[in-house]
Design a protein around this ligand. Structure first.
Ligand SMILES: Nc1nc2c(ncn2[C@@H]2O[C@H](COP(=O)(O)OP(=O)(O)OP(=O)(O)O)[C@@H](O)[C@H]2O)c(=O)[nH]1
Ligand SMILES: [Mg+2]
Length: 201
């Protein structure tokens, strides 16, 4: 898919503020600092559209990016950058707030057509990742697992990790598992193909 226009549309702090325009949404979720915002920038070829940081906890609200496909027949849609989970250094209150925000989003958004669940390819899914995956599939969301920072692994390590990841989620109806690198753009074509299918079908 070729995107003609990508722009920040809005930040949402409560489920009541979610867009009501009926356009499809794809959510990017994962642990804090795993590379969610970088993945969005890399997919869109825009370095600074979504704010990234070395310090975990950068994304604090649901950030909506409105994308207009070059194909004039295709509808616009949103990428939604979510706050990360599993970050110990923010206060308990804030963590609880983020958890509620993310949960109510997944439970109430009728326009959500898929979740890109991002894990770190260096260690595969952690307990908190598996919990989220189980919960999303229970909600009948279509989930694609993206193991990012794949530039940190050799080809051999990637093949090995792919087997491990597949084994750890074999019990869940995950649509697809793929590797990505926001540094080298490895996996970009494959992920766009997936996004296309999620938005279209
Ligand atoms: N080597 C490498 N580094 C990456 C990759 N993706 C992200 N990073 C780095 O990981 C750090 C976190 O990236 P972000 O995109 O801000 O992560 P996030 O998941 O949005 O973080 P929060 O918003 O804090 O939850 C940054 O220092 C990025 O440069 C990747 O594919 N490869
Ligand atoms: Mg972020």
């Amino acid at each position: 898919m070729v995107i003609r226009d990508a722009e920040f549309a809005m930040s949402v702090a409560h489920a009541a503020q979610l867009p009501k325009d009926g356009l499809p949404q794809i959510a990017f979720c994962g642990r804090s600092n795993v590379g969610k915002s970088s993945l969005i920038n890399s997919l869109l070829n825009r370095r600074h559209l979504a704010k990234t940081s070395n310090t975990p906890g950068k994304t604090r609200l649901l950030n909506f990016f409105r994308l207009v496909p070059a194909d004039s027949v295709a509808r616009p849609f949103y990428f939604v950058d979510l706050p990360g989970y599993g970050f110990a250094k923010v206060s308990q209150t804030e963590r609880e707030y983020w958890r509620r925000l993310i949960e109510s989003y997944f439970q109430t958004s009728k326009q959500l057509c898929g979740a890109i669940s991002i894990i770190d390819s260096r260690h595969g899914p952690l307990e908190s990742d598996l919990e989220l995956l189980a919960w999303l599939t229970e909600l009948r969301q279509r989930v694609v697992v993206v193991a990012t920072k794949a530039d940190k692994l050799s080809n051999k390590q990637r093949a090995e990790r792919k087997r491990e990841i597949a084994a750890s989620i074999a019990h869940l109806p995950i649509v697809e598992v793929m590797f990505y690198s926001s540094v080298t753009a490895l996996g970009r074509r494959e992920l766009w193909q997936c996004v296309n299918e999620l938005v279209g079908g």
